[in-house]
Write a protein that binds this ligand. Structure first.
Ligand code: F6P
Length: 553
């Protein structure tokens, strides 16, 4: 038995001990000096054979530093890690989050209406649709002005208070689909415990027209509860009575007792379940702000996009399975090429928060050092994910991508149809994304630079090394469906990598100690008497004392 709670659901030990891992090392030795120019020249059908169409995502993986033989070795690794069985366990509700002894069922959030999924005797699909219906009723009431504030005014501003998965998903998706949003409603998102966040979000709002959504899976998170208290004070100072809170506060949580204790009517609570991880929750009730913005029908379209990729991930053969292939390529780069980061470059302004969303999804999931059984993982795990929308990045960090000593595989995301078709902006945007992927892959060697008339002293500076890998994901248009499909794609990339590395992609113990420490320091910072800081290191104690002194304490 090797797992904490579910012996069936975990693969033994470090992946480095597998035969497939040694085979991959040999493949890497064979390919480490091969250039993309050579790989393209050697295989005329390369682009065709490395392009995949899944749920409206046209994915060209041909600019990756791999060939068919090495790709087959990666698939063999997935087989030896029993990926197919692991996927099935997730979809059917096995407790694969072993350290928290929980099922991982975000895929149940998008099961189509009418289907069922029985887990521990409960039809979770029916539960999901019950909450979706509750959300839709509420969203329709707010959007039609039937739901009014305590003074009778309609709601004109919605403020989501949450952090981590209770913020990044909602804000990313709202920004992605705001072209479809009801523009009479403003949407704001407050996450940081820094008071500036709530102050700036509310300073020009009318409390009588403002609805707060307090989003927190646990309803105990310090940042969210502090911001929610401040929001309530702001509301009461504007409106006056405790009774007003009911019309201006709703909650999204799994913790009904805490919601009640905060003073929010449980009938204004939208629930979800412990089998939805925070960073996998934006399509649960945590997406209520998005549904208020775009309406229930668009939300349903988004769920359909998620579900289409879920079906592909669950049933497609591993060698044609896009999330599996992208996940395996991430392992290939992280562990064999030793590339430490993965950059995501959406050439779509509406996706400006997509990289930030992916940071939590990927790094909180796979930033781990031990396997399920607590032994050292033995290989490198989660890359650092980052990115910015194109073309802004081109004028800031692309210099390093092209000529720096650090290589970062890139995912380019582009859409054929512009949301805002103005002048020739979109054609120029697309010319840029195609150009960047081309230059990263194929570069310019010294002879080519010379033949362009460059004087000799500048040749070395102008050489573009190329051979820098990327994927290009081309979709038709940024619709709710397309957004859902993209998010599900990356969720399953993360899952695939977690299975290969043998880590629990659904816990996040690494964030706990800092929270505990802050809880211990807070009383010392505000105490009237000189605090006893002997339990802290000298640096922390001195900084805390200096802070107290400069705050006049
Ligand atoms: O501290 C990390 C974390 O637990 C995330 O995993 C989660 O998304 C976030 O905090 C917010 O948690 P909650 O929704 O319970 O407030």
């Amino acid at each position: 038995m090797n797992s904490i709670n579910n012996p069936e659901s975990v693969t033994d030990g470090s992946v480095a001990g597998l035969l497939a891992w040694s085979d991959l090392a040999e493949q890497f030795d064979r390919l480490r000096h091969a250039t993309l120019r050579e790989l393209f020249a050697g295989d005329p059908s390369r682009v065709e054979s490395m392009t995949y169409d899944v749920a409206g995502i046209h994915a060209d993986l041909s600019k990756h530093r791999i060939d068919g033989q090495a790709l087959a070795a990666l698939i063999e690794l997935a087989e030896q890690r029993d990926l197919r069985a692991r996927i099935e366990e997730m979809f059917t509700g096995a407790r694969i989050n072993t350290t928290e002894d929980r099922a991982v069922l975000h895929t149940a959030l998008r099961i189509p209406r009418g289907e069922s999924l029985i887990v521990d005797g409960v039809d979770v699909a029916a539960q999901v649709h019950g909450v979706l219906d509750q959300m839709a009723t509420f969203a329709d009431r707010v959007r039609s002005d039937e739901w009014r504030g305590s003074t009778g005014k309609p709601i004109r501003a919605v403020v989501n208070i949450g952090i981590g998965g209770s913020d990044l998903g909602p804000v990313m998706a709202y920004r992605a689909l705001r072209h479809l949003s009801k523009r009479e409603l403003q949407f704001r998102f407050v996450s940081n415990i820094d008071g500036t966040d709530i102050v700036e979000a509310t300073r020009d709002l009318d409390p009588a027209e403002t609805l707060f959504i307090v989003s927190s899976k646990t309803f105990t998170t310090q940042e969210t509860m502090t911001n929610a208290q401040s929001a309530r004070s702001w509301l009461l100072s504007g409106l006056g009575s405790q009774a007003d809170v009911a019309k201006h506060f709703v909650a999204v949580s799994t913790n009904a007792d805490a919601v009640r204790a905060f003073g929010i009517d449980p009938s204004n609570m939208f629930g979800f379940w412990d089998w939805v991880g925070g960073r996998y929750s934006m399509d649960s009730a945590i997406g209520l702000s998005l549904m208020l913005a775009v309406g229930p029908d668009a939300f349903e379209d988004m769920l359909a996009g998620f579900h289409a990729v879920d079906e592909h991930f669950r049933y497609a053969d591993l060698d044609g399975n896009l999330p599996v292939l992208m996940g395996l390529l991430g392992v290939w780069y992280r562990d064999f090429f030793n590339y430490q980061t993965q950059v995501v470059l959406p050439y779509e302004q509406y996706l400006d928060r997509f990289p930030a969303y992916l940071q939590q999804l990927t790094m909180e999931s796979n930033g781990k050092s031990v396997t399920h059984d607590g032994t050292a993982v033995g290989v490198d795990t989660g890359a650092i994910w980052w990115g910015e929308p194109g073309t802004n990045g081109q004028h800031s960090f692309y210099q390093l991508l092209h000529q720096g000593t650090t290589v970062s595989p890139a995912d380019f995301i582009m859409f054929v149809q512009p949301v805002n078709d103005i002048g020739d902006h979109h054609d120029k945007l697309i010319a840029n994304v195609l150009a960047q992927a081309n230059v990263l892959a194929f570069g310019r060697d010294a002879d080519e630079v010379r033949s362009a008339g460059t004087r000799e002293q500048l040749v070395a500076h102008k050489v573009m090394p190329g051979n820098r890998p990327s994927a290009t994901l081309m979709l038709d248009r940024l619709t709710p469906y397309a957004l859902g499909s993209l998010i599900a794609l990356y969720e399953h990339v993360v899952f695939t990598q977690g299975v290969i590395w043998g880590v629990d992609s659904f816990d996040q113990w690494g964030v706990e100690l800092g929270k505990t420490m802050a809880g211990q320091l807070l009383p010392a910072l505000v105490a009237d008497d000189v605090p006893d800081l002997s339990g802290f290191d000298a640096s922390t104690a001195r900084l805390a004392m200096r802070y107290r002194q400069l705050r006049g304490r």
